[in-house]
Design a binder for this molecule. Sequence first.
Ligand code: 9MR
Length: 324
Amino acid sequence: MSNYSSLREAADNHGFRIGAALNARSLRSDPSYWKTAKNEFNAITPENALKMGPLRPSRKIYDFTDADAIIDFGRAHGMYTRGHTLVWHNQKPDWFQAWDYTDEQLEAFLRDHIHTVTGRYRDKIDAWDVVNEAIADDGTLRETVWADAMGENYLDKSFRWADEITDADLYYNDYGADAVNKKSDAIYDLLSDLLERDVPIDGVGLQCHALGDHPDPDSVAKNIRRFRELGLDVQITEMDVAFPLDDRPENPLEEQAMYYQAITEACLEAGCGALVQWGVNDANSWLRSFKDFPERFTGDPLLFDDNCDSKPAYHTVKETLADS
Ligand code: 9MR
């Protein structure tokens, strides 16, 4: 057993970033959530507050209240901050539906959005997920409003606009691409092309939502290595580990602990610099409320339970960091 009193201390001592996605409501209202976030993690990602929908209640108005609260919390406690996300097909503002824009207007809107948001947090955000989930599950470019108006070039432009304003590291982030597979192959090709065109991209975020399928940790390590060899930084950006309700292992908490351990080992061995879990504690996990798969997965995917008590996975991750 290590002598470290927190995950944060173990991670700090080994130059690793261990993070959690945060929401402003729980930070404001739940003291054990606040305390766990502050004591156990040295990195944060606002879970929703920096997305276009929450930030843009109307076309001309920004609402930075929740984003500021989370980012100020991180800065007050010396945490590394990931900004999530500037360009995504989901969580667009509601008013978007009714907006009858031209391609040129949409491009100008996106450029202004990226300039404004990266500008506000110029000295406060360390890494941005500039583009999120641009590749579809079959490996082709996802059809989105951005691709529709601007073509594939929307990625190049988005990274360049962010780079005009901020010195933060600029990431491409996606799910289902944690291991070597068809989707991560497509992302590898996409990012190689961006680098070849001198697009300012620094890293790739592998989300690692391990729900039904738990990607093979050896293959995850191999995947991390190949992106590193391209010259990119790699981070695990949204990890959670759940099981299908109709195919639960006998000891889900033990299995979960072993899987978190294996991915932490893969990160350390392959040179991935951060592991961020997607929430602080189970009660706040998106799996509890996500409408797209009601009651399909166990709802306790994180390192802390509903009361913010540590789970077996917490201890395997901490020991793995301590031994590194
Ligand atoms: O956790 C987020 C949840 O609260 C939102 O309702 C949802 C909207 O689609 O987005 C969730 O976060 C997603 C992240 O931004 C991108 N990768 C997948 C995450 C889980 O769906």
